[in-house]
Design a binder for this molecule. Structure first.
Ligand code: SF4
Length: 214
């Protein structure tokens, strides 16, 4: 894929603007140009002896963070991969949320610093709002939204590839767009808007100037 230098510069300006907005809302935040830079920062921010919970996130896996942390010796908790029973998957989700670091992406980030997530199971949004450890977000520039409404639409649009990945025939997969379903297949049961850093919780957001995840 060709990436024009003017787009690289624009992403840096837009990304740094979002970082300023995140800081105003009490989140530690920084901009890096690439996924490789984000991986470097993740390995610097997370101590080598920390346990790391990694919920359902394509971004974190795509930049190689899960493998790199595992290789370095960090204890990783995840409910993806392997043949787990539903009880084991549930237990793994609890471990993710109680780890020293909860490493995740987000469905959308508004230009004025609100972090938006939609969840079918609730574990991911719970881990972002409540828990013991650091919440470390890695958010590609493609996740930026103009405002809350746009961010929620963006998050719902991500449900289509997410449902395809999980082989769930949601109403949006059938229709090609969100129909605000309320059926058994719905993957949009809980919406979390982090309006400000939650009291007593530490957050660090890495905004990346590349498209990551969906
Ligand atoms: S159609 Fe249902 S599952 Fe799909 S994005 Fe809308 S609310 Fe979510």
């Amino acid at each position: 894929m060709i990436i024009h230098e003017n787009v690289v510069q624009a992403n840096e300006i837009i990304g740094n603007d979002a970082v300023k907005a995140l800081k105003r809302r009490g989140f530690e935040a920084e901009y890096v140009p690439t996924g490789a830079d984000a991986l470097k920062r993740i390995l610097e921010i997370i101590p080598a002896d920390a346990s790391v919970g990694i919920p359902g996130t394509i971004t974190v896996r795509d930049i190689g963070a899960l493998d790199a942390l595992k290789e370095r010796g960090n204890v990783i908790y995840q409910h993806w991969g392997g043949d787990m029973t539903s009880a084991e998957t549930r237990a793994a989700r609890f471990k993710e949320n109680n780890a020293d670091v909860f490493l995740t992406s987000a469905n959308a980030l508004t230009r004025d610093g609100q972090i938006i997530n939609i969840d079918g199971t609730g574990n991911r949004v719970a881990g972002m709002a409540w828990g013991n450890g650091l919440v470390l977000f890695v958010i590609g520039i493609n996740k930026l939204a103009f405002n809350l409404e746009d961010g929620i639409k963006r998050a719902q649009a991500a449900t289509i590839p997410n449902a395809i990945r999980q082989h769930v025939e949601t109403a949006c997969v059938k229709a090609g767009h969100c129909v605000n379903c309320l059926n058994d297949e719905s993957m949009c049961r809980a919406i979390l808007i982090l309006n400000q850093a939650v009291k007593g919780r530490k957050y660090h957001v890495i905004v990346v100037g590349e498209n990551l995840g969906y």
